[in-house]
Design a protein around this ligand. Structure first.
Ligand SMILES: Cc1cc2nc3c(=O)[nH]c(=O)nc-3n(C[C@H](O)[C@H](O)[C@H](O)COP(=O)(O)OP(=O)(O)OC[C@H]3O[C@@H](n4cnc5c(N)ncnc54)[C@H](O)[C@@H]3O)c2cc1C
Length: 444
């Protein structure tokens, strides 16, 4: 096992930095157990791509990314077991190679399996990624292993648990046969796409809407399952579309100083990059997941019951279009759909859910990005739930109101981790426990 001492942990977009005393890079379950057992306080991290302050902030840290092997396949049951530091893209390529898929994928492939599960990472038109996990080995605070299967009640608490109950070591996924999607994309006015959400969810196998604030438009992406040999006349739009992220970066460069510039930038970006139609086909992974990103960014995401979405959207749009505040939002706000489940800390616990992303393309100035505050204010007023891996300010009092199982999760956490080994300062505030760690956040 590798060990590094007295250095600084830095998140992918450099917005979170912590000094640490020891960082362990583990490669086996036994090493993971040993390190957890011998440290009083410890956090663990994957690709460091969360915006919420959940992955570091303790003297001892575990880097999970070298714990990244595929352990086994069960070809009859279509299941695969992997170590939790494996990168999602590698898992998806491995299952595609044997003709399988996981039917609901996030728009990122560089995250680790452990990080994705812990934060309730999701895609659209399906369930959270964690819902496809049918079992795992959980390394508890005392270093022992608890095996959790789909039959155990505990799985509903463990699937999305921010690494507060234990560290997932190996995880098993239930896969489905791979399929090909016929994707159609194009712009629509807000008054056209909004009322069509429910009928489109019934009609299509894939639905995602990139809402373009300050333009009254959404960019609608639908996908329908087809035979892989069905011919689709491919139209990927003008070649310059691939420069969208670079153009956004330039146009948004001074929007933290003059937020109203955002409204102008968005209109230009709509005309340049979202006004044409596209059509293509591919597997869910190949046709819909972004494989590379030009720059870093900062993210928030809020979720709301499907039935409440039209009202929340109307209020949000009014607030964002009000020039008396500074809540101008960078393009796009990603609207996706997650189906009801039973995981305690899932956004979709108890109801079908709409998720809505909010991006600041200037990661370094994200603290001054007013839109994060406006979006949170409106969603939380309607009982919306925040994405665990992204930015939000809600704490224990609010979470108690919006997650019916929050109280039970806290009780279970206290039972499994009585000395608060797995809490960092941010997580302590979330669950309303006294902080005992003494690590100082590095002021960048
Ligand atoms: C560009 C970008 C696009 C994104 N797109 C999406 C999207 O489409 N949908 C979506 O839902 N989210 C999305 N996210 C959020 C992202 O999926 C989550 O933040 C995810 O947690 C990042 O994984 P990671 O490997 O970087 O985890 P980290 O940020 O390193 O860790 C996240 C949390 O997981 C815990 N953890 C890590 N490993 C384990 C383990 N083995 N067992 C238990 N806990 C563990 C950590 O302690 C920490 O609390 C996106 C983020 C970015 C930056």
């Amino acid at each position: 096992m590798k060990q590094k001492n007295n250095s600084t942990w830095v998140s992918w977009n450099e917005n979170l930095k912590y000094n640490y005393k020891t960082k362990y890079t583990i490669t086996t379950e036994e090493e993971l157990q040993e390190v957890i057992a011998k440290n009083d306080k410890i956090r663990f991290f994957g690709s460091k791509q969360s915006s919420a302050d959940i992955a570091a902030g303790t003297d001892a840290l575990i880097d999970m990314t070298a714990y990244n092997k595929i352990v086994s396949y069960d070809y009859n049951k279509k299941t695969i077991t992997v170590q939790s530091g494996l990168i999602l893209g590698e898992l998806l390529e491995a299952i595609e190679a044997v003709g399988w898929c996981i039917p609901c994928l996030p728009d990122i492939n560089t995250i680790t399996i452990g990080g994705a599960l812990a934060t309730g990472t999701h895609g659209t038109s399906g369930k959270l990624l964690a819902e496809y996990m049918i079992g795992c080995n959980l390394v508890l605070a005392d270093g022992t292993i608890q095996t959790v299967t789909a039959e155990d009640d505990l799985i509903d608490a463990v699937r999305v648990s921010l690494g507060m109950l234990g560290v997932m070591s190996t995880t098993t996924f239930q896969c489905e046969p791979a399929y090909t999607l016929h994707i159609k994309e194009g712009p629509e006015s807000d008054d056209v796409w909004l009322p069509k959400i429910k009928s489109r969810l019934k009609k299509h196998d894939f639905l995602r809407i990139l809402w373009l604030p300050h333009t009254d438009k959404g960019y609608v992406i639908t996908g329908d399952k087809i035979n892989s040999d069905t011919e689709v006349v491919e139209n990927l739009g003008p070649k310059y579309l691939k420069h969208r992220r670079t153009a956004s970066k330039i146009l948004y460069k001074y929007t933290h100083i003059f937020p109203w510039l955002t409204a102008i930038a968005n209109k230009l970006l709509y005309k340049g990059f979202f006004s044409s139609k596209k059509e293509h086909k591919g597997t869910l992974y190949q046709a819909t997941v972004t494989k590379s990103r030009g720059s870093t960014l900062e993210l928030a995401e809020w979720t709301i019951a499907l039935d409440k979405f039209p009202q929340v959207f109307a209020e949000l749009k009014e607030e964002l279009n009000n020039w008396s505040n500074k809540s101008f939002v960078h393009i796009p706000m990603d609207v996706r759909f997650v189906y009801q489940d039973k995981s305690w800390l899932s956004y979709a616990y108890g109801h079908d859910t709409v998720t809505m992303g909010c991006v600041s393309r200037n990661a370094a100035t994200a603290d001054t990005y007013e839109a994060f505050k406006s979006v949170e204010k409106i969603f939380i007023k309607h009982g919306g739930r925040p994405h665990w891996g992204k930015r939000f300010t809600a704490k224990d009092a609010e979470l108690t109101q919006i997650y019916p199982k929050w109280k039970y999760f806290k009780e279970l956490r206290r039972e499994l981790d009585p000395t608060n080994k797995f809490l960092n300062p941010y997580l302590s505030q979330l669950v309303n426990e006294k902080e005992t760690a003494n690590v100082k956040k590095v002021i960048a």
